[in-house]
Design a protein around this ligand. Structure first.
Ligand code: NAG
Ligand code: NAG
Ligand code: NAG
Length: 267
């Protein structure tokens, strides 16, 4: 009777029961607790799995969206191409411009004028920029002692497109040499021919590299024509000029750069 009210005994009895090999009432509760625990664990894992699945799906969709977008704006494979400080600003667009009307001139074509000279000056003003040593190395240019340094700092550089445009302009000068070379000497003539031959070769390489496959057809503009005329409705994928020009203008140095000969040459 007294023993029932003895808390110490009661406690001992419970302690003993806990050590019993077979479950009593108390162990059933423990089992339920364990089951509940494993269900909670399963729910946590399922939630974690779902979250992971969501993140993965969103990630994959993001990659898919950007690769499609990249394909659309970068239709040509550029794998293996040398790094260029201007490559990050390259965007593409469709362009259906053709010059098939020989009596319709752009601001760059037709018989020379002061306005045309101005347009070409504006086009070629950013012909040169000063590349940092880091850019020179990243572009895989060989760093040599005789590299041309400029007073602004950095090394004299230009993009191929500006070299080619310079060539086109030089050929125009030659075409209209009465205006541009009124007092050409024999030596000057020899120098120009050599220079322009190099220009033509530069343009041939670039044209063949880009190999525009736009289709042209021919037609008779006039029944009495001896030569057919060309026409084309083809659209080409072209580099957007404005961002490229903006980059070139941001980086330009003088069109007649001053060289820093204290750099480079070690002799
Ligand atoms: C060619 O251009 C000239 C000058 O802009 C224009 O008068 C002529 O109508 C054009 N011809 C054709 C076939 O578009
Ligand atoms: C040329 O480059 C050297 C070395 O960077 C520099 O100390 C010097 O001031 C430069 N000279 C001119 C005229 O810019
Ligand atoms: C290029 O020239 C500009 C000034 O026109 C100068 O601020 C810049 O530091 C130069 N860049 C390098 C790489 O020397």
């Amino acid at each position: 009777m007294i023993a029932l009210y003895l808390p110490s005994k009661c406690g001992n009895w419970k302690e003993n029961e806990e050590r019993l090999p077979f479950p009593g009432n108390f162990n059933e509760a423990r089992l339920r607790r364990e089951q509940k625990h494993s269900i909670t664990k399963a729910i946590v894992w399922t939630r974690l799995y779902l979250v992971l699945l969501h993140v993965l799906t969103i990630g994959l969709l993001w990659v898919l969206y950007h690769s499609v977008k990249f394909e659309m704006t970068h239709p040509m494979s550029t794998i293996g191409r040398t790094w260029s400080p201007a490559q990050h600003i390259i965007e593409y667009e469709l362009n259906g411009k053709h010059t098939t009307n020989h009596s319709h001139y752009s601001k760059y074509s037709g018989p020379p004028s002061d306005e045309q000279d101005e347009a070409w000056d504006d086009l070629l003003r950013p012909v040169y920029f000063n590349a940092s040593l880091e850019e020179v190395v990243k572009s895989e240019e060989t760093v040599r002692d005789d590299m041309v340094a400029v007073v602004e700092g950095g090394y004299l550089a230009n993009l191929a497109v500006y070299h080619e445009l310079h060539c086109v302009r030089q050929l125009r000068f030659w075409l209209y040499k009465d205006r541009y070379y009124p007092d050409l000497t024999d030596a000057g003539d020899k120098y120009q021919r050599n220079h322009l031959d190099h220009c033509l070769e530069t343009l041939r390489l670039s044209i063949m590299c880009n190999a525009n496959t736009a289709l042209y057809t021919f037609y008779w503009e006039d029944a009495t024509d001896l030569q057919p005329s060309t026409k084309s409705n083809s659209r080409s994928v072209c580099v957007k000029w404005e961002p490229l020009e903006k980059w070139a203008y941001n980086r330009k140095i003088s069109t007649s750069p001053k060289f820093n000969k204290t750099l480079g040459f070690t002799i």
